[in-house]
Design a protein around this ligand. Structure first.
Ligand SMILES: Nc1ncnc2c1ncn2[C@@H]1O[C@H](COP(=O)(O)OP(=O)(O)OP(=O)(O)O)[C@@H](O)[C@H]1O
Ligand SMILES: O=P(O)(O)OC[C@@]1(O)O[C@H](CO)[C@@H](O)[C@@H]1O
Length: 320
């Protein structure tokens, strides 16, 4: 199915304003003077939409937003050519803070987000269905705020199942497990989310592949696992691939997984070529400040290596 030509819809149930603060070495209990601050629209689906439009691909973002922070989020989003579908809420949009040290270690402080009322949950779900009309692909991404039951994404997958739409899920915990059972076209866990989903540590590439196969058996049609500087593994009905970019000097990994997912969808959302694009977009994102999404000039797909034979026993280095 062609993914990149018609609109891609992203859903961010729990959006944020992301403040990335660069400091010297972090000392618990200490005072830190920031050397740089970046304020950007955040939440995983919003980041995917930003990455897509930065590369000339049409994206529509469904965003529940309330309070003064909601106004600020919508205003920050106006810098991008995203078709924003705002669902008004009473509670304010959360603020998530990332603290980055000179060696690019990220310490992330994510708020839970304001509680959505039952009526707001229904309005959000209905807005997603309306926004998805004639879309090629819908991405359900990020955590669920208080008040939203963990089957929210699973319910949306079921409601969209009669349409010719690929539903992609990037979430964690019980919401991910429920979504997998509903049979999404693709899930994009990172290393930690994959471990949580199969409830065991995964230390080698083979462990990752086995976990991905387990989630396929549980309902996910394909699994794109992002593995930080170890690149990414794709497992689908046609096979298993591992690809990686040369390790870049990371500046900020915030949103790298979202850029990676956007790169996968931008290149058709299937198979080896899409995996190469995904890894190139992820590697480009980590070299940029805050959660800045890569643009065409930042991308180096020709440097991505797809290993013809997967080194199954290879130990994962972890992180970025
Ligand atoms: N140091 C690095 N060098 C090269 N590529 C990297 C590096 N770190 C990450 N990447 C690329 O970025 C992709 C996404 O990284 P990661 O697995 O950390 O995502 P994530 O944990 O989902 O991120 P987030 O949740 O912040 O969006 C990786 O699959 C890889 O392709
Ligand atoms: O709390 P969640 O919804 O799991 O993740 C939210 C978040 O950490 O994800 C994005 C990076 O992937 C950031 O823009 C945002 O702050």
């Amino acid at each position: 199915m062609e993914v990149a030509t018609s609109v891609i819809v992203t859903v961010t149930a729990n959006p944020s304003i992301d403040r990335t603060v660069e400091v010297g070495a972090l000392v618990r209990g200490g005072l830190h003077r920031a050397t740089a601050v970046h304020v950007q629209p955040g939440g995983k689906g919003i980041n995917v939409a930003r990455a897509l439009v930065c590369n000339g691909i049409k994206a529509r973002a469904v965003v529940p937003a309330g309070g003064a922070e909601g106004e600020q989020l919508i205003s920050l989003l106006s810098d991008y050519s995203i078709d924003v579908v705002r669902v008004p809420t009473l509670g304010p949009v959360r603020m998530n803070v990332s603290v980055i040290e000179p060696d690019a270690t990220v310490t992330k402080l994510n708020e839970p987000g304001a509680r959505l009322t039952e009526q707001e949950c229904r309005a959000l779900a209905d807005a997603v269905i309306t926004a998805s009309h004639k879309a090629s692909c819908v991405i359900l991404a990020g955590s669920l705020p208080p008040g939203v039951h963990h089957g929210f994404y699973a319910d949306l997958i079921n409601r969209l199942s009669g349409e010719d739409i690929r539903v992609v899920v990037d979430t964690s915990g019980p919401a991910l497990r429920a979504a997998v059972a509903a049979g999404p076209a693709l899930i994009k866990p990172n290393h930690h989310e994959l471990e949580e989903a199969v409830q065991r540590p995964l230390s080698t590439l083979q462990d990752v592949i086995d976990a991905a196969q387990e989630l396929r058996a549980a309902g996910a049609q394909a699994v794109l696992a992002s593995l930080g500087r170890d690149g990414a593994v794709l497992v689908d009905e046609n096979g298993t691939w591992h690809a990686e970019a040369p390790v870049v000097l990371a500046r900020s990994s915030v949103g790298a997984g979202d850029a990676m997912l956007a790169g996968f969808l931008a290149a058709g959302g299937k198979g080896q070529a899409a995996l190469v694009s995904a890894v190139a977009w992820g590697a480009a994102a980590v070299s940029l400040p805050g959660s800045t999404m890569p643009r065409p000039d930042d991308l180096r797909p020709h440097l991505v290596e797809v290993h013809p034979r997967i080194k199954a026993g290879r130990e994962l280095r972890g992180d970025n």
